[in-house]
Design a binder for this molecule. Structure first.
Ligand SMILES: Cc1cc2nc3c(=O)[nH]c(=O)nc-3n(C[C@H](O)[C@H](O)[C@H](O)COP(=O)(O)O)c2cc1C
Length: 222
């Protein structure tokens, strides 16, 4: 029998100081640019034991402007932007080709934090995508080699055959090129940091790009 969804939902809590450490956040003491704060917060959530803190919701819009979202892995963040990867022919790849603008949302419940990043998305040079893939695991290369991301799958057996062949190729030649595997870089216009508070006086600090390497900051009502 299925569980009672309403009862389960009512039994669950967020920003519960009994189970969650909710550190104070003083926006007045925050760095002048968002990457430094993102890096600081990332280090803190890793130290606090957040599982898979590098997984992030990637929101895109299709050619008609309808929204879509899925989880991807963050591959890096630097002056060129926040980077993630996928196949150019996948649904997200086609959406990004039609509308090269996206949003990322990180949720780090261990410290009651959320980070939102929005901005235009550029395709990194193919050498950067190759180097990125080379630095990852055999499994990541095998997944990339399996390809056909987001195409209809006829049967599990079809995937098993393609995946087995991809694992063999990945193990035999870790430098196998995967031309459709694409590294994307989101260069933020806006980055928002949210620190949850048990009394719901959540702190929201937003950075908006005001020039090259220059940011305005402001607070938002929670
Ligand atoms: C934890 C996790 C990490 C994932 N990482 C990636 C990733 O880095 N790149 C990717 O293309 N898909 C990744 N996926 C799969 C995507 O969520 C999605 O199923 C896939 O990219 C196809 O999405 P699309 O049809 O919108 O293109 C990940 C899924 C999960 C649950």
């Amino acid at each position: 029998m299925e569980p009672d969804l309403d009862a389960l939902l009512r039994s669950l809590r967020v920003w519960d100081p009994a189970t969650t450490e909710l550190p104070p956040f003083d926006p007045a003491a925050a760095p002048a640019e968002p990457l430094a704060l993102f890096t600081r917060w990332f280090g803190e959530v890793v130290a606090a034991g957040q599982r898979e803190p590098h997984t992030v919701t990637l929101a895109t819009a299709d050619a008609e402007g309808l929204p879509d979202a899925r989880i991807v892995m963050l591959h890096g963040a630097d002056a060129d932007g926040w980077s993630f990867a996928g196949h150019a022919g996948s649904r997200k790849g086609r959406q990004l080709a039609a509308r090269p603008y996206a949003a990322l949302v990180f949720h780090w419940p261990v410290l009651g934090r959320q980070v939102r990043v929005r901005g235009p998305v550029a395709v990194a040079p193919p050498e950067a995508a190759r180097a990125d893939l080379r630095a990852r695991s055999t499994g990541a290369l095998a997944a990339a080699l399996t390809g056909r991301q987001s195409e209809p799958l006829g049967s599990p057996a079809e995937l098993a055959r393609a995946s087995a062949a991809a694992w063999d190729r990945a193990a035999a030649d870790p430098d196998t090129p995967v031309p459709t595997w694409t590294l994307y870089r989101l260069r933020p216009d806006e980055v928002e940091f949210f620190q949850g508070d048990p009394r719901r006086r959540h702190v929201r600090l937003v950075y908006r790009r005001s020039g090259e390497g220059e940011w305005d900051t402001g607070l938002l009502w929670p």
